[in-house]
Design a binder for this molecule. Structure first.
Ligand SMILES: [Zn+2]
Ligand SMILES: [Zn+2]
Length: 354
């Protein structure tokens, strides 16, 4: 089968023929139809800032497709079922997994980082990673639901508990932050203030439902947020960048009793405000890591029932053969695309899974 293999940072992925994996007990082989291209892939393949477990490795962690083969003992899936793949191969046994918080699994392996991923004709995963994809949802949309959309959902809904009428600030409006705006809108937050240094990302945020957009290059974000919220500040500020400076900005945007939710990951050391301000205003600083399998199930049912529309988020689809070009473009034109999806058409079995 064809697969896009990563050997070394700053070198193009190699589209190679590799042996098609065979599902063992409890495993399922998925014929990948669509796989989202993510900032994580760029960090691995272009910047070299996220190390992979092995080289070469097939990248790609945002997958949707159809079940092509099931291993022994798998009774809940059959050939031809449409699926989205929860990208975290969690152990299923540790205290985090048992409580449904797979993102915190002690032995978690992420597809396309610690295990062969989705930029291939076929993807081998444990059956427990599969989530049923409704017929109403295209494979392209199904693919992006498995990371960008769900990481933002987990931050806004589960960790931020954003409520109707709350003032929300979204700092960093790239692929994940963009969906932070979308979910805040879905929750009925108002006003929603989007902050980014990319004018393209701000335009897209406005389309996703931001009431105001701020470019910190020309405006002091905390001051502007206060001005836009009747001198009060935001109920919730979500940070999708992963830098000390933007975490500080998030805290400064809050009203008394407000919550800052940090999604961005990085090496920066972050200082709390003076305790007099932090405790005195009863602020909350909340981390949000990825998302859990139950989040993905909930999102699929919400998209299926029309409670949220993310079809505008797939801004480009390209065939697997053009993946290197797509990655280059994503690096160069940051902010213009919300999500690029790699389309994968298997050479075999095409007729049986229309
Ligand atoms: Zn991703
Ligand atoms: Zn676990």
């Amino acid at each position: 089968m064809k697969a896009a293999r990563f050997y070394k940072a700053n070198e193009p992925l190699k589209i190679e023929d590799v042996p098609q994996p065979k599902p063992g007990p409890g495993e399922v082989l998925v014929a990948v139809r669509a796989a989202g291209l993510c900032g994580t892939d760029l960090h691995i393949a272009i910047e070299g800032t996220i190390p992979t477990m092995t080289q070469p490795i097939t990248l790609g962690h945002e997958a949707a497709g159809v079940v092509a083969e099931v291993g022994a003992g798998v009774s809940e899936w059959k050939v031809g079922d449409r699926v989205a793949v929860f990208p975290n191969i969690a152990c299923g046994e540790c205290y985090a997994c048992v409580s449904g918080r797979e993102a915190l699994c002690l032995k978690s392996r992420i597809l396309g980082v610690q295990a062969d991923g989705a930029f291939a004709e076929y993807l081998l995963v444990p059956a427990r990673t599969l989530v049923r994809l409704s017929d109403s949802i295209s494979f392209e949309v199904g693919a992006i639901l498995t990371d960008a959309v769900s990481t933002a959902y987990h931050a806004v809904v589960c960790r931020g508990s954003v409520q109707r009428g709350e003032a929300v600030v979204v700092i960093g409006c790239g692929g994940v932050g963009h969906h932070g705006v979308l979910w805040a809108k879905q929750r009925g937050a108002a006003p929603i203030i989007a902050v980014d240094i990319s004018e393209g990302a701000l335009r897209q945020a406005q389309e996703a439902g931001a009431d105001y957009i701020l470019n910190p290059v020309n405006a002091d974000a905390p001051k502007s947020v206060r001005a836009l919220t009747g001198s009060v500040g935001a109920d919730c500020a979500l940070e999708f960048v992963g830098r000390a400076e933007t975490v500080t900005t998030a805290m400064k945007c809050l009203k008394r009793g407000g919550r800052a939710v940090i999604v961005g990951v990085g090496q920066d050391r972050v200082a709390l405000p003076p305790l007099q301000a932090f405790v005195g205003s009863e602020l909350s600083l909340i981390a949000s890591l990825g998302f859990h399998r139950a989040d993905l199930e909930e999102i699929i049912s919400m998209v299926d029932s029309g409670k949220v529309n993310v079809s505008g988020s797939v801004t480009e689809t390209v065939p697997l053969e053009q993946i290197n070009e797509a990655m280059r473009q994503l690096t160069e034109r940051k902010g213009e695309q919300v999500r690029t999806v790699i389309r994968i058409e298997s050479l075999r079995n095409n007729s049986s899974f229309a």
